[in-house]
Ligand binder design. Structure first.
Ligand SMILES: Nc1ncnc2c1ncn2[C@@H]1O[C@H](COP(=O)(O)OP(=O)(O)OP(=O)(O)O)[C@@H](O)[C@H]1O
Length: 402
């Protein structure tokens, strides 16, 4: 079925003052970009849920405007509005006396879709969220695990293909292992459906993992910083944000920073059939103490000998010291002395994944591959360089940017 285009959500000067005088949210200006997942994160009571529930008018704003696309939500009938907005909450809220199929088909039925169209859509959705319709479609919610119920809840929210999805701590009722898996699956799902998602959590790890952007809120619904995960962790706007993201924010940044070519070191490259004299000269000329060894078919990247052309596959490494010892012992070519290495990671891996690989090998580096081409090596020093670059390149946006 044709997907509905995602729409941005704009909050303009939105406040909520509860009848007892509590200010849930004050003068909030915030834009949730179309097709992006924006996380609202902050300590308990800061106004995350209030903000989210004003979007589908479960809570009525006291002042201000909320627009979905060009439509002012306060001008739409709440029932009609809610059919345009998928809503996923902590304990899912599936109807206990209806089968999973019936639950997932709720909104299409309300919208008057015919039986076949609804049935087809339910089938499609259950498959999309990883619930086999044959195995699970006719079960009741209590016959599913917590994680499966959560997936059914996501399927139900997506059933009528709403342009907007609101998710209020959807994964917090399941254990950490299942939560991690649901988060991964959900990210893959979002790649496909590209909804405008507002996601509430109090868990900064979850925010960093899922968010395209994160709004860190403090009491009264004040946005302390609105930024990408990398910017938030790399350049917290103030002490509140720094405290909230945690003293280990450097470690968290490894997960949200990708390996990029400009951060890599370019060691010399030699081929299996290079003579040891040549190899030692190449290493000495580059000022390094070792070289990457590629197969004899060619040499790529780095400061190769230039003797070979093409795409030599990296195989391992040779140190200047070892080459000298081996030459003294009668060895002639690199192929006689090289050491194999299988620590290669693809370009675009997270620094976290690459660094984990680095820690598993003795060599102190991992090769970074773009397809079958070696584009450089990652060392502890280049991890630092990458983190510095991601801070230098960051431009934290503060609250209120529309
Ligand atoms: N119906 C209500 N009447 C009065 N005050 C309320 C009401 N609902 C929420 N509040 C208050 O509004 C503020 C924001 O609440 P909200 O539920 O939006 O916070 P939250 O950030 O979602 O918190 P949590 O992480 O604990 O769910 C809190 O001080 C809360 O006590």
């Amino acid at each position: 079925m044709e997907a509905t285009a995602a729409e941005p959500i704009r909050l303009q000067g939105v406040s909520k003052v509860y009848p007892d005088g509590t200010v849930g949210v004050a003068e909030l200006d915030l834009t949730f970009a179309a097709g992006e997942l924006t996380v609202l994160v902050g300590p308990s009571g800061c106004g995350k849920t209030t903000t989210m529930k004003m979007i589908n008018r479960i809570i009525e704003p006291s002042t201000g405007r909320i627009l979905i696309g060009d439509d002012d939500v306060t001008r739409l009938r709440p029932q009609k509005l809610r059919r345009r907005i998928g809503y996923v909450i902590q304990n899912v809220g599936l109807f206990p006396h209806q089968s999973i199929r019936t639950n997932v088909g709720t909104v299409p039925r309300l919208l008057g879709w015919d039986r076949q169209r609804t049935a087809d859509r339910v089938e499609e959705l259950l498959t999309l969220v990883g619930l086999d319709p044959v195995a699970y479609g006719d079960r009741y919610p209590h016959q599913l695990s917590g994680g499966q119920r959560q997936r059914a809840g996501v399927a139900r929210a997506l059933a009528a293909d709403p342009p907007v999805l609101l998710m209020d701590e959807p994964f917090s009722a399941v254990d950490p292992v299942v939560r991690g898996r649901l988060q991964d699956e959900f990210l893959r799902l979002q790649e496909t459906v590209r909804k405008t998602i507002v996601f509430v959590t109090h868990d900064i790890e979850e925010a960093v993992r899922l968010g395209d952007r994160i709004a860190v809120m403090s009491e009264g619904g004040k946005v302390e910083q609105f930024a990408t995960p990398a910017d938030l962790l790399g350049a917290p706007a103030n002490d509140f944000v720094a405290d909230f993201v945690g003293a280990d924010r450097g470690l968290k940044r490894l997960a949200v920073t990708d390996v990029a070519v400009e951060d890599l070191e370019q060691p010399p490259v030699v081929a299996l059939d290079d003579g040891l004299g040549t190899a030692r000269a190449v290493i000495a000329r580059s000022g390094a103490s070792w070289a990457v060894v590629v197969d004899a078919a060619g040499v790529t990247g780095g400061t190769g000998t230039g003797r070979h052309q093409g795409t030599g596959l990296p195989l391992g490494w040779v140190s200047a010291e070892h080459a000298a010892e081996a030459a003294a012992g009668g060895a002639r070519v690199v192929g006689d002395v090289w050491r194999p290495m299988d620590a290669w990671v693809p370009l675009g891996s997270s620094l976290r994944a690459a660094y984990a690989r680095l820690l598993q090998v003795d060599a102190g580096w991992v090769g970074v591959m773009d397809g079958d081409k070696l584009v450089g090596v990652l060392t502890p020093a280049s991890v630092h360089a990458a983190l510095r670059r991601s801070v230098a390149g960051s431009s934290p946006e503060t609250a209120g940017a529309l």
